[in-house]
Design a protein around this ligand. Structure first.
Ligand code: FAD
Ligand code: DHB
Length: 389
C-alpha cells in the first residue's frame, strides 16, 4: 500500500488532519489500534474554542454541532463558595462552545466514512520506520496478516502513550514534565446541568467542576488523590463530595442520578521538543499534555493539525519546505503559552498537599485580584477562549 501521509491514531488530531488533507487533495490513511466503537466510548473534553468551531465549519462537519452545541458567554469561578462570573463576551467579545469531544469525533468519523477515505481500525503491533529518510513506512498487523504502508510523511497523532514519540531516539528529543499529585474523578449523568455556565470551584476539600454535554446531560468532576480508584466512589459518595465543594445554594439545586460513566483522569503537564524528526511530525497529545483545567487539550490538538495541514499543502502545492520547517517552532510557541495558562488555572483552583496556609492565601489573593481587576479577567478570558499571537 502507498499513500502520501500515514496518520497514526484516530483521535481528534488524526481525524481532523485526515479531513483537512482530504479537502486539499492529499492522500492519507489513518491507522488506529482500537476499534471505532472504543474510540467513541472514551468520555473526554467538552469545550471548543471559537477557532475550533470555525475550523469544523470550514471542514463541513458542523451540521450537528450547529444544532446541538451550546455557546457560553463565560464561566463562573467559585472560591470556598464565593462566586465570580467571568463574562468573556462582555470582556473581549469572544465565546466558547460546549460540544463534547465524543461528538466531534463521531462527526469526523461519519464524514470520513461518507467520503470513502481509508481508515484502518484495530491495527495491531503498529511500528513506524525510516522517517529520517525519504520513504518512511508503517507496518502493522490486521486479521492475522502483516501489512506495510509506504508514505512521504508520518503524522504521529497517537496520543500520549502512542508509538510515534516512543520511536524517536532519546538523544534527539527533550521532554519537560510536571505530574500533579491528584487526578479528576469524572461522572456523567442524565440530568440537567446545575447552572447555565460551567462552574470551576476551588475549595479547601479540593477542586470541583460542574460542566455539561447538553441541556439534559451533565458532567461533574472532583479532585481526588492520585492513588484513588473510581471503584471506591459510590454515586452517593461522589454527590456528597461535590456538594461539599460548591456554594450551598448551588449544591442544593444540584440534580443527581445514577452515573452513566465514572472514571479518573491523571493530571500532567508535558511537552516534547522538537516536534519534527525528518519526515515524522508529532501532534496533539503525542506532543504535549496539559492538565484539563483550562479545557485546552482538544483545542491544542486541532490547532496543531491545522498548522501541519497548511505545511503539507505548501509542500505538495508549492514544492516549498518552509511550512514543514516552521511547524515545530510555531506549534511549540502556542504549546508553551497554553501550558502556562493550564498550569496557572490548575494552580489557582486545586488543593496542593504541600503548599500549606501560605499557598492557600496566595490562591485567595489571585482570586481577589481577578474579582477586582477587569484586566486580570480579560487575561483569563483571552487565554480561555484561545489566544493566538
Ligand atoms: P487521543 O485522543 O489520545 O487520540 C490518539 C489515538 O491514537 C487514540 O485513538 C489511540 O487509540 C490511538 N493510538 C494510540 N497508540 C497507537 C498506536 N500505537 N497505533 C495506532 N493508534 C494508536 N481534555 C480536556 O480539555 N478536558 C477533559 O476533560 C479531558 N479529559 C481527558 C481524560 C482522559 C482520560 C484523557 C486521556 C484526556 C483528556 N483530555 C481532556 C485531553 C483531550 O481529550 C486530549 O487532549 C485529546 O483527546 C487529544 O487528542 P489526540 O487526537 O491528540 O489524542
Ligand atoms: C470539561 C472538561 C474540562 O477539562 C474543562 O476545563 C471544562 C469542561 C468537560 O469535560 O466538560
Amino acid at each position: 500500500m502507498r499513500t502520501q501521509v500515514a496518520i497514526i491514531g484516530a483521535g481528534p488530531a488524526g481525524l481532523t488532519l485526515g479531513r483537512l488533507l482530504e479537502g486539499a487533495g492529499i492522500d492519507a490513511v489513518i491507522i488506529e489500534q482500537r476499534s471505532a466503537e472504543y474510540v467513541l466510548g472514551r468520555i473526554r473534553a467538552g469545550v471548543l474554542e471559537q477557532s475550533s468551531v470555525d475550523l469544523l465549519r470550514q471542514m463541513g462537519v458542523n451540521q450537528r454541532m450547529d444544532a446541538e452545541g451550546i455557546f457560553h458567554d463565560g464561566i463562573e469561578l467559585s472560591f470556598d463558595g464565593e462566586m465570580l462570573r467571568v463574562n468573556f463576551n462582555e470582556l473581549i467579545a469572544r465565546r466558547v462552545m460546549v460540544y463534547g469531544q465524543t461528538e466531534v469525533t463521531r462527526d469526523l468519523m461519519d464524514a470520513r466514512t461518507a467520503s470513502g477515505a481509508k481508515s484502518i481500525y484495530e491495527a495491531g503491533d503498529v511500528h513506524i520506520h525510516d522517517f529520517d529518510g525519504e520513504t518512511p513506512r508503517v507496518t502493522f498487523t490486521k486479521d492475522g496478516q502483516t501489512h506495510q504502508i509506504e508514505c512521504d510523511f508520518i503524522a504521529g497523532c497517537d496520543g500520549f502513550h502512542g508509538v510515534s514519540r516512543a520511536s524517536v531516539p532519546p538523544s534527539a528529543i527533550s521532554l519537560f514534565e510536571r505530574v500533579y499529585p491528584f487526578g479528576w474523578l469524572g461522572v456523567l449523568v442524565d440530568q440537567p446541568p446545575v447552572a447555565e455556565e460551567l462552574i470551576y470551584a476551588h475549595h479547601k476539600r479540593g477542586f470541583a467542576l460542574c460542566s455539561m454535554r447538553s441541556l439534559t446531560r451533565s458532567r461533574y468532576y472532583v479532585q481526588v488523590d492520585s492513588t484513588e480508584k473510581a471503584e471506591n466512589w459510590s454515586d452517593d459518595r461522589f454527590w456528597d463530595e461535590l456538594r461539599a465543594r460548591l456554594n450551598p445554594d448551588i449544591a442544593e439545586s444540584l440534580k443527581t442520578g445514577p452515573s452513566i460513566e465514572k472514571s479518573i483522569a491523571p493530571l500532567r503537564s508535558f511537552v516534547a521538543e522538537p516536534l519534527r524528526f525528518g519526515r515524522l511530525f508529532l501532534t496533539g497529545d503525542a506532543a504535549h499534555i496539559v492538565p484539563p483545567t483550562g479545557a485546552k487539550g482538544l483545542n491544542m490538538a486541532i490547532h496543531d493539525v491545522m498548522e501541519l495541514a497548511t505545511a503539507l499543502q505548501e509542500f505538495y502545492g508549492e514544492r516549498s519546505d518552509a511550512g514543514i520547517n516552521a511547524y515545530s517552532g510555531n506549534v511549540l510557541e502556542n504549546t508553551w503559552r497554553t501550558e502556562r495558562f493550564s498550569w496557572w488555572m490548575t494552580q489557582l483552583l486545586h488543593t496542593f498537599p504541600d503548599s500549606g496556609d501560605f499557598g492557600r492565601r496566595i490562591q485567595r489573593a489571585d482570586f481577589d485580584y481577578l474579582a477586582a481587576s477587569r484586566i486580570a479577567r480579560q487575561s483569563l478570558a483571552e487565554n480561555y477562549t484561545g489566544f493566538r499571537a
